[in-house]
Design a protein around this ligand. Structure first.
Ligand code: AHR
Length: 483
């Protein structure tokens, strides 16, 4: 099977923000997964666990969305500032009915972003919050000088304002964020965003709540009525093997048909982006407004014995394949998709990392984000060639390097693929992959390295091109350099 790379053709830049993460006050994502508190025996920096921090730094997380999700529209930011002992306790009604002590608030989140070295994406509360509350949050975060909120920030120990690059105005406003109709939300969006003021030098990129999956009417109404007030419009799509929210299918020990049904549901992202973009094109032909897929990933039944409201699930080679296929789709639509945030970063849904007490493991999905790092802010390389059954691929170039990532989602067949197109002067400088022998291969606290990144040597490069022999159930990145 042959693929011809069009190295002489200019392509769009794959925004690094496509590799974004999402951390919600949900289950053990924030508490335990990220925040353990300064007094914890788990090694931490000002309360943030160090093992998680190191792992996240290693994959170059570009942006982090917080505090929700559905939690965002129940969150009142003033409850999460000031001395911790005075912070209000609340019930996290949406997620497990547990007590939220607000120990992780604005200062802790901004510290987390600083330590990771990523941009902040804060999601404001429209569902149960006021315009004033949202406006004051922006003032508290970003205003330099004298003002009631800037002074309050200083009293709480932070002299300088922070840079906040992304701000979301409501989350799932068609559902948990207020059950609104698109016309009503479009007007509310126009109103709320007016008071997301620009105080600092950093331009705040404003994101309007977008559609659930294939609700094209939502996109139509939002673009028609509010496009000129937004920089980005969101989209949420979760992949569920059974397509049944009551019994989604299991994360491990699943039947073979659920390998394929999950992948098919993930591939649906391509059609969704295509169709939402077509509507966006009508009102925004220059593609100024970015499509922000700020929730995506696999959603299964929770791990047996865990709190159903905590959404804790295992993560297998199937999830790795899903991640690779989805990232390849985002690359393909690099001209419109500006950000994406996989749900979620730690211990919730399709996470990068799982923790248990002082232990932490990397999931197969984590390794895909690691393998794909070179594509961040790289130029997409177009190609044509044979349609290869059960193989998904992408290619990009940056700093004189060409990176090709491939995923073979066949359960048993090895695939041989040859890339051609002016590759004569290239040599391979790095090739790494993950693969598995069983379709639910995963890492556990007892066996943390069942699925891990390894060096790959099953390729040949010569005047005819680069030929890769790709094992079943694998994700690979090959990096080449021109001499
Ligand atoms: O990621 C879990 C939840 O899924 C989010 O809180 C919500 O926005 C979506 O429905």
């Amino acid at each position: 099977m042959k693929i011809h790379l069009l190295l002489d053709k200019k392509g769009p830049i794959i925004s690094k923000y496509i590799y974004g993460q999402f951390a919600e006050h949900l289950g053990r994502c924030i508490y335990e997964g990220i925040w353990v508190g300064e007094d914890s025996p788990i090694p931490n920096e000002k309360g943030i666990r160090l093992d998680v921090l190191e792992a996240l730094k290693a994959i170059n997380v570009p942006v982090l969305r917080w505090p929700g999700g559905c939690f965002a529209d129940e969150y009142h930011w003033k409850d999460g500032i000031g001395p911790k002992e005075n912070r209000k306790k609340m019930i996290n009604t949406h997620w497990g009915g547990v007590v939220e002590n607000n120990h992780f608030g604005t200062h802790e989140f901004m510290l987390l972003c600083d330590l990771i070295g990523c941009e902040a994406y804060i999601n404001g509360n429209v569902g149960s919050g006021t315009v004033q509350e949202m406006s004051e949050w922006v003032e508290y975060l970003t205003l330099n000088g004298e003002s009631p909120m800037a002074n309050l920030r200083k009293e709480n120990g932070r002299e300088k304002p922070w840079d906040v690059k992304f701000f979301g105005v409501g989350n799932e406003s068609w559902g948990c964020g207020g059950n609104m109709r698109p016309e009503f939300y479009a007007d509310l969006y126009r109103q709320y965003q007016t008071y997301v003021r620009q105080y600092g030098d950093q331009k705040i990129y404003k994101i309007a709540c977008g559609a659930s999956v294939d609700d094209y009417q939502w996109t139509e109404v939002l673009m028609k009525n509010a496009a000129r007030f937004m920089d980005g419009l969101s989209l949420h799509h979760y992949s569920i093997p059974t397509r049944n929210w009551q019994d989604k299918g299991n994360a491990i020990a699943f039947p073979e048909e659920e390998w394929f049904s999950l992948i098919e549901h993930a591939q649906y992202m391509d059609e969704l982006i295509e169709k939402h973009s077509t509507i966006m094109d009508k009102y925004d032909p220059t593609k100024r407004v970015g499509l922000i897929v700020d929730e995506w990933g696999a959603w299964y039944n929770v791990e047996p014995g865990t709190n159903p409201g905590f959404l804790y699930q295992q993560n297998t080679i199937r999830d790795a394949v899903l991640a690779a296929i989805t990232l390849n789709i985002f690359h393909k639509h690099a001209d419109r998709v500006y950000m994406a945030n996989i749900a979620q970063m730690v211990n919730v849904l399709q996470s990068m990392l799982l923790t248990e007490g002082d232990q932490m493991i990397k999931t197969p999905t984590y390794h895909v984000f690691d393998l794909y790092q070179n594509h961040q802010d790289a130029e997409l390389v177009d190609s044509y060639g044979d349609a290869i059954e059960r193989v998904s691929y992408t290619a990009s170039r940056k700093n004189g390097c060409l990176s090709i990532s491939l995923c073979n989602y066949d359960l048993s067949e090895t695939k041989e693929i040859t890339f051609t197109g002016r590759l004569g002067n290239f040599s391979v400088i790095d090739a790494q992959y993950i693969s598995a022998d069983v379709m639910d291969a995963h890492n556990t606290f007892e066996e943390p390295n069942n699925v891990e990144k390894k060096n790959f040597s099953n390729y040949e490069i010569n005047q005819d091109g680069l030929t890769i022999t790709l094992p079943p159930m694998s994700v690979l990145t090959v990096v080449l350099k021109e001499s």
